[in-house]
Design a protein around this ligand. Structure first.
Ligand code: URP
Ligand code: ZN
Ligand code: ZN
Ligand code: ZN
Length: 471
């Protein structure tokens, strides 16, 4: 039915203003002052902001990894995302060498079909380039609407691709209209450092961080950026964790290369010392790239505020401490990498970023929603509040204070990496295509409401440099 959101303050990447929003048939049909209800259900948003629904460009739901499978699937993961103000996710579809891409994509459809509470789309991992893969890519784009390809430069003997694969993927993406994403760490160097540490008996979680130094991330980021310049293609660096990588992205952008970057909440607020927690608890903080020394956080915040980095992904990849993270007791290299964050992405950026004056309110919306929509072919269907756009709207109370805890979160995992952290600001009500998913902080949505979204091709005009660096 029709809904009229009254008395809220609309925030987009460009504007902040008071207006009412009328929703019909899942889309925003009117924005204006003192709109008449005319039979629409009225939703009062007094004292709240209206944000376009968050778009999480980086999730791993129901993913086999590190000898186990992530604790959150498309059901629990998308419910938790909705609680946190996210209404669209783009999940990574893993592929297997020698097998058709189509088969991998079908596997991901099977994992997600009928299970998601919010809309979702897929990125596709490219692990090898050969005639079969090249022949399939046009269909992947045209039929599946998958317009972003992910290449891993790390995880040797698992996902890692070589430079030829990356370079040829960049060329194919340029020709087909896709964005290439990289996990940028030098996997060969890390593999050596890990073996060396284990041989010396250095098995604790902290050695996960010490064997993946910032230089290894900076080197891979710089290499990927240079290859992008050479291929005259476009690149998106996922989960940027350190100054070394930020410098390489900034340098590439100064040269006019089409390079963008994402960071994640964990790198903005947690640091390497967490891996030294006793009783193996450091394993809860094992991500790749790893958490860094604290001073890197200032560099990341600065990069978000100046536009060197454009987006915030959760890199949701949850494993229980009991039974999953514990696989790495006695050998840090066996700790499944990743953590539960999908629910806390907006809260952390709002509280630590906007409230603390590091970014503006409009930048917040740009980072968690609009830039993601523009880079990944979702704009203006998603990523803004505008007439004709999907009514994916978050009614956000900027004053509520709460403490993040595993006791109260909705992810299917037995710990929170942010346990005890105080945040200000919380989604109260969340709509996906005009339907309530969260209402007064309760899940009222439906499993299976979420639709698979075919995305548009990469469009440089939407994300030119001026746009990306606009304050
Ligand atoms: O530690 C991480 N980031 N786990 C998820 C997989 C990846 O590399 O993004
Ligand atoms: Zn309805
Ligand atoms: Zn990664
Ligand atoms: Zn990831």
């Amino acid at each position: 039915m029709k809904k009229l959101i009254k008395n809220g303050t609309i925030v987009t990447a460009a504007d902040t203003y008071q207006a009412d929003v009328l929703i019909e048939d899942g889309k925003v049909s009117q924005i204006g002052i003192n709109l008449e209800a005319n039979g629409a259900e009225v939703v009062d948003a007094a004292g709240c902001y209206l944000f376009p629904g968050g778009i999480d460009p980086h999730t791993h739901l129901d993913m086999p990894f590190g000898g186990t499978i992530t604790a959150d699937d498309f059901e629990s993961g998308t419910i938790a995302a909705a609680y946190g103000g996210t209404t669209t996710i783009i999940d990574f579809c893993l592929t297997t060498k020698g097998e058709p891409l189509k088969k991998a994509i079908e596997t991901w459809h099977e994992k997600s079909r009928g299970k998601a509470a919010i809309d979702y789309s897929f990125h596709l991992m490219i692990g090898e380039i050969n005639e079969d893969v090249l022949a399939e890519l046009p269909q992947v784009i045209e039929e599946e609407g998958i317009t972003s390809f992910k290449v891993f430069m790390a995880y040797k003997n698992v996902f890692q691709a070589d430079d030829e694969t990356l370079f040829r993927t960049l060329i194919a993406a340029r020709e087909l209209g896709a964005l290439v994403m990289v996990h940028a760490e030098n996997g060969d160097v890390i593999d050596y450092l890990v073996k060396d540490a284990l041989a010396k008996g250095n098995t604790d979680p902290i050695y996960h961080a010490l064997t993946r130094p910032p230089e290894a991330e900076g080197e891979a980021t710089g290499r990927a950026a240079q290859l992008t310049g050479l291929a005259n293609s476009q690149l998106y660096v996922v989960h940027v964790s350190c100054a070394d990588a930020v410098e390489k992205i900034a340098e590439a952008r100064r040269k006019g290369y089409n390079v963008w970057g994402e960071t994640c909440p964990q790198y903005l607020v947690l640091d390497q010392s967490a891996l030294e927690k006793p009783n193996f608890e450091g394993a809860k903080y094992v991500w790749s790239p790893p958490l860094r020394e604290k001073w890197h956080q200032d560099v990341l915040w600065n990069a978000l505020s100046t536009g060197t980095l454009q987006t915030l992904g959760s890199d949701q990849c949850s494993f229980n401490f009991k039974g999953q993270k514990e696989l790495g007791v006695g050998d840090f290299s066996k700790i499944p990498n990743g953590g539960p964050i999908i629910e806390d992405r907006l809260s952390i950026l709002f509280s630590e970023g906007v409230k603390k004056g590091r970014i503006t309110l409009n930048q917040f919306v740009d980072i968690v929603s609009t830039q993601v929509a523009k880079l990944f072919g979702l704009f203006p269907k998603k990523g803004t509040i505008a007439v004709g756009s999907d009514a994916d709207i978050v009614i956000f109370d900027p004053h509520v204070e709460r403490v993040i805890s595993a006791e109260t979160h909705h992810m299917n995992v037995d710990y929170s990496a942010f346990e005890g952290m105080k945040v200000t600001g919380e989604p109260i009500t969340v709509l996906s295509r005009g339907e309530f998913v969260i209402r007064d902080k309760q899940f009222v949505g439906q499993i299976g409401h979420g639709q698979y979204i075919k995305r548009n091709k990469f469009n440089t005009q939407l994300v030119n440099k001026d746009e990306a660096t606009a304050k």
